[in-house]
Design a protein around this ligand. Structure first.
Ligand code: COA
Length: 274
């Protein structure tokens, strides 16, 4: 892996953790971090050993959103730079992460403001510490939750809560983030990493192609009509069948069930010997 100035990478078995690493600036996303995250995610995608990606921040913050100085203020009068910053930010915070071909988990370990909501929303799962501080602070400094922030909170959170936090700029903690479904779960800070790793290891133990196909299919059908979804899912299922045939796993899940080697309702065939 290359050396990065604003991002650190930690590996543990099949799990790669990408750490937003400007703690002295509460991991605010400056243009360099956006460029580096585009590269880092490409490297992690390419790494055959990585089965699950975790995104977190160097303590005490998860991410304090866009860098108000370098991302906004310094390029306020430079149209092209402003546009380029937004494009590279959107590329990784939304597009690359949302459709990342491996499962992704946001580990929200501290401050999470503004643009950081897009990272949380783009990951497949999000776990927060009870004392994490969330805020749609844009209104507090005279802006609106742009990029895709308003869109992702309107999609994930109940309407009344999303609008309340967007229009008031008030903060909320990890427990409340779980209540309004911005994160899957909130746990005491001391247990956060352990819980995230348990989820990551479970995901890594499942059939890789099936997990990937499930994610890709799920994220596409959300905006489709019933008829479109039906035919799309049929094609994805055929594609998965073909992939399994190529890797010699065709029919393995059902064969092992019929041989009474496991019960798919409560376990995965990947956990039984071949
Ligand atoms: N952009 C640029 N710099 C930021 C930043 C951001 N989004 N968030 C924090 N920083 C910088 C501070 O300017 C300070 O820099 P300095 O030491 O050179 O003065 C440093 O990070 C530490 O911040 P500080 O405010 O002292 O830390 P704190 O722990 O008391 O408070 C926050 C943390 C996140 C509550 C506070 O820094 C804050 O309100 N940040 C802005 C959040 C925001 O509105 N983000 C924009 C969303 S798009």
């Amino acid at each position: 892996m290359s050396n990065y100035r604003t991002v650190a990478i930690e590996k543990e078995g099949a799990v790669t953790t990408v750490v937003l690493n400007r703690p002295e600036k509460r991991n605010a996303m400056n243009p360099l971090m956006h460029r580096e995250m585009n590269e880092v995610l490409t490297e992690v995608e390419r790494d055959p050993k990585t089965r699950v990606l975790v995104v977190t921040g160097a303590p005490p913050a998860f991410c304090s959103g866009m860098d108000l100085k370098e991302y906004f203020h310094e390029v306020d009068d430079v149209d092209a730079e402003r546009h380029i910053n937004r494009r590279i930010a959107n590329e990784w915070c939304d597009r690359m992460l949302r459709m990342f071909p491996k499962p992704t988990i946001a580990m929200v370990n501290g401050h999470c403001f503004g643009g950081a909501f897009t990272i949380v929303a783009s990951c497949d799962f999000a776990l927060a510490s009870d004392d994490a501080v969330f805020g749609l602070s844009e209104v507090n400094w005279g802006n609106l939750p742009a990029g895709l922030v308003s869109k992702v909170v309107a999609t994930l959170m109940p309407y009344r809560d999303a609008l309340y936090y967007a229009m008031t700029g008030k903060t909320f903690d990890g427990r409340r983030a779980a209540e309004v479904r911005l994160v899957n779960e909130s746990v005491p800070a001391a247990r956060l990493r352990e819980e995230v790793m348990a989820l990551a290891e479970h995901l890594a133990s499942l059939d890789e192609a099936a997990v990937r196909a499930t994610k890709e299919a799920f994220k596409q059908v959300v905006d489709m009509s019933y008829d479109q979804a039906y035919w799309f899912l049929m094609s994805k299922s055929n594609e998965l069948r073909w992939r399994h045939q190529q890797t010699g796993r065709g029919g393995e899940g059902i064969e092992k069930f019929l041989a009474k080697e496991y019960r798919p309702g409560v376990s995965s065939f990947t956990k039984t010997g071949k």
